[in-house]
Design a protein around this ligand. Structure first.
Ligand code: 4AD
Ligand code: MG
Length: 460
């Protein structure tokens, strides 16, 4: 009979005389007369209870199999007489496909996330990570569905590129040089030798290329890996992370914020509607009140505050911050958390940051010292989205590039969009892992990406 996934066995299913299921053993309860095996195939949180009696071939061997063993079970699906599950599978035939032994690291007990990180190759089989990676997959699909429903073009922007979009000097270097070749100039890397003669790195953002496509297709988005060579040990920064970057033409900052809000609400609604079983698990085990938090987000309007107002509120706060609060300084995560958790109690757009602390491409406001930028901050996680209206005026953009030391010749292709058919446009980047942290309640970015690339974690 055809193998079915455990997820397909619903409360409303009918008893079945011949059913085949494959999976990995989560636990075995042996008895003389009957053995119970909890089998999981990753399709859902729930295990299927397999009931094994001595008439089944290999009863003794199967009863002795280890946690983690892979097996195929054929038998009869019947309504379970015991509490705890709707259905159980009475085995007629069991095949152990791969046994394990007592060295198997995922024994039936709770392991710390730190330990599980050290076995990132096996942790997808642990309950929490099953739920996390199902959520990751579901939300990836939801992202594409959101943009497709709205007529956005999906564009693949390059991974290897010469431009450091954010200008923060965090690009990984990509080189075609043999590893053992000494640098040409003593003490200095010869960038000219990098990519067959071009200085290249791994992309920090697909935005600039996204803008090129937005000025042809009006509404576009990217969704791919991005890289930042920051040797950071915080729980919300990774060297390799995934980013969703929509870019919309004929749009200003207000349109940008409206899109971001609609997008986030849509994704949260999707998680609530489609991932209920896993969310219930996170709600119970990871973040109490998670589901209420998500229900509220899906309903209520987000708060908006200018950067200047945020600074005033922080200065009035009855709190000693570690980092100073002054107009012109960037917001630190302690400030972001105070604003979202204490001041507004929910998601908050902070807009109109000082030009000096933001990237060169953001549109200069009429005051001459702030830009049409927005960051979306959420409780616990902090900045989840960063975006802006883009500077579409060629002279203003070139003036800015000149003042921060970006050579016009280096970005001539980007400037061409401002030379010919320039138009107001805006966009943002949503950090996919930050979204997952928010939706699952997981507290460390290393625990929402399959193979985290943080310092010390590159071996898998
Ligand atoms: O604020 P960022 O640096 O903005 C950009 O890259 C723009 N080019 C986006 C755009 O307008 N198209 O990054 C955007 C988001 C952040 O808000 C954060 O959620 C996430 O990307 N992010 C990181 N996530 C994990 N690890 C890191 N090191 C991250 N750096 C940024
Ligand atoms: Mg940012």
């Amino acid at each position: 009979s055809r193998r079915i996934r455990i997820k397909e066995i619903l409360p409303s299913s009918q008893p079945m005389s011949a059913l085949c299921v494959c999976g990995w053993v989560r636990s075995v309860r042996r008895g003389k007369e009957v053995t119970f095996i909890a089998l999981n195939d990753g399709s859902c949180m729930a295990n299927l209870q397999v009931v094994l009696t001595p008439e089944v071939d290999g009863f003794a061997t199967v009863s002795r199999c280890g946690t983690g063993a892979a097996m195929q079970v054929e038998g009869e699906l019947i309504a379970s007489p015991a509490a705890g599950q709707e259905w159980e599978l009475h085995a007629r035939q069991v095949k152990i496909l791969g046994d394990t032994d007592s060295d198997y690291p995922l024994q039936k007990k709770r392991h710390s996330f730190e330990f599980l990180r050290s076995i990132a190759h096996l942790r997808p089989r642990a309950n929490t990570f099953g739920a996390v990676f199902r959520m990751r997959s579901a939300l990836s699909f939801a992202i594409h569905r959101f943009f497709r429903e709205r007529g956005f073009l999906y564009v693949h922007t390059p991974i290897i590129t010469a431009n450091d979009c954010e200008g923060a000097g965090e690009m990984f270097r990509v080189s075609t040089l043999p590893a053992d070749r000494p640098p040409l100039t003593e003490g200095k890397i010869d960038w000219r030798q990098d990519f067959f003669g071009e200085k290249t790195g791994l992309t920090v953002s697909g935005q600039l290329q996204g803008e090129l496509f937005a000025t042809a297709f009006s509404d576009i988005y990217t969704f791919g890996p991005t890289f930042r060579a920051e040797n950071s040990h915080t729980s919300r920064h990774a060297a390799e992370f995934w980013m969703i970057e929509p870019e919309i033409a004929f749009a200003d900052l207000a349109d940008d914020c409206a899109l971001a809000e609609e997008f986030l609400r849509y994704l949260v609604r999707f998680a609530l509607d489609e991932c209920g079983e896993d969310l219930a698990f996170f709600n119970q085990r990871i973040e109490p009140g998670l589901i209420d938090k998500l229900e509220t987000l899906a309903r209520a309007d987000f708060s908006v505050m200018t950067y200047s107002e945020a600074i005033r509120r922080l200065q009035q706060a009855p709190v000693d911050f570690e980092y100073p609060v002054a107009w012109g300084a960037d917001l630190q995560s302690e400030h972001e958390r105070y604003l979202t958790e204490q001041v507004v109690g929910g998601p908050l757009f902070v807009t109109d940051y000082p030009a000096d602390i933001k990237a060169f491409y953001m549109r200069l406001n009429d005051d001459g010292r702030t830009v049409a930028a927005m960051d979306l901050l959420v409780p616990r996680v902090g900045e989840i989205i960063g975006g802006s209206q883009r500077e579409e005026r060629l002279d203003v953009l070139m003036g800015k590039m000149n003042s921060v030391g970006i050579e016009a010749q280096h970005l001539d292709w980007y400037l061409d969009t401002r030379r010919w058919g320039s138009c107001p446009h805006a966009g943002f980047g949503l950090g996919f892992e930050r979204l997952l942290m928010y939706v699952t309640g997981m507290e460390n970015i290393r625990d929402v990406i399959p193979f985290p690339r943080t310092p010390g974690h590159a071996r898998f």
